[in-house]
Design a protein around this ligand. Structure first.
Ligand SMILES: Nc1nc2c(ncn2[C@@H]2O[C@H](COP(=O)(O)OP(=O)(O)OP(=O)(O)O)[C@@H](O)[C@H]2O)c(=O)[nH]1
Length: 306
């Protein structure tokens, strides 16, 4: 049955900083059950949309927006794509939009506010509690982090360090007096043994390499043709965590098969077996542009056999 075209379609915006848990939360929502015939929109900051591979949505109703952060190209891609989807006779019943980790969700929510076909259901902001003190104090990441929190109607706090609950909920309440604040997960993920982590992910779609640099942020995607020394790679990523905000990608390790999904966010590196056909191996790194970031990229290139 096709949805009634006179009814407004709810748009849920899922925002939050790089690595804050947006894709993990979106997958949990999909597992719990979203309305049939929903449209999922995912947008990574870089030109490679790794999130599109990581979202477990077995439907062709998925829109991948690349070319950088959607909130920077708002007038174009996103508004046009949503309008196109809404013009279809069999238009989506609900839309779930995962923003890039550097987007200001308020600018995206504005699309729903001016649309006659959409209504804003929620603006969710994921927060990695273990990184909150860092972002609060960091002049580079702080503005984005604050704007994301300010725009939220619901804040989901995960990886809450022990003893930080009062401090963090008070801080979040000061930054956004009206949003609902929920605590999701008190664990810090490094404590989860690797063999107990979730099932293989990703399907090995081809990936492309184009560096993007906007407003002090830089994103680069590196082909990783040779199997890497995992210890060396981890040490490199952690050693540059002052300028590296996020890394994720598919690659081979020297000591283990099959292809692995590597995730670096905050001060943690995790590995997970990647499903599907062998596929290309790429690592996407997002950080603060500058000489130090470029040195990291050169080191990663030599490690990955580029
Ligand atoms: N313990 C714990 N780990 C989490 C949680 N949510 C996400 N993670 C881990 O944090 C890392 C980043 O999670 P993602 O869901 O990819 O984060 P994201 O916000 O989509 O990342 P970007 O799209 O790159 O900005 C992954 O290694 C996840 O397993 C959580 O609630 N608890």
């Amino acid at each position: 049955m096709s949805p009634n075209s006179s009814e407004k379609v709810p748009l849920t915006v899922i925002g939050g900083f790089l690595g804050s848990g947006k894709t993990t939360f979106l997958n949990a929502l999909i597992r719990e059950g979203i309305p049939e015939h929903s449209l999922i929109v995912v947008n990574d900051f870089g030109d490679i949309n790794i999130d599109a591979e990581l979202v477990d949505y077995r439907d062709d109703q998925m829109l991948q927006l690349s070319n950088g952060c959607i909130c920077c190209t708002l007038g174009g891609t996103l508004a046009e794509q949503l309008a196109k989807a809404m013009r279809l006779a069999d238009h989506p019943r609900a839309i779930f939009l995962e923003t890039s980790g550097v987007a200001d969700p308020a600018r995206i929510a504005d699309i729903a506010k001016v649309s006659t076909r959409l209504e804003l259901a929620e603006v969710i902001c994921l927060v990695d509690g273990s990184q909150a003190r860092r972002h609060q104090a960091d002049r580079f990441t702080g503005d984005t982090w604050h704007a994301q929190l300010y725009a939220a109607t619901r804040i989901l706090l995960n990886r809450l360090p022990s003893g930080e609950e009062t401090h963090l909920t008070t801080l979040l309440r000061q930054l956004n007096p009206t949003a609902r604040i929920e605590i999701m997960d008190r664990r810090v993920p490094d404590l989860v043994p690797e063999q107990h982590r979730s099932t293989p992910v990703g399907n090995g779609k081809p990936l492309y390499h184009i560096p993007v640099s906007r407003g002090g942020w830089k994103s680069v995607s590196l082909p990783m043709n040779a199997p890497v020394d995992a210890e060396q790679l981890q040490a490199l990523l952690l050693g540059y965590r002052d300028v590296l905000l996020r890394a994720k990608g598919f690659l081979y390790r020297q000591d283990r098969s099959p292809r692995q999904l590597l995730q670096f966010s905050g001060d943690r590196v995790t590995w997970q077996p990647a499903a599907g056909s062998p596929g290309r191996c790429q690592l996407v790194c997002i950080g603060r542009s500058g000489e130090r970031f470029d040195v990291l990229v050169a080191d990663l290139q030599s490690l990955g056999g580029v």
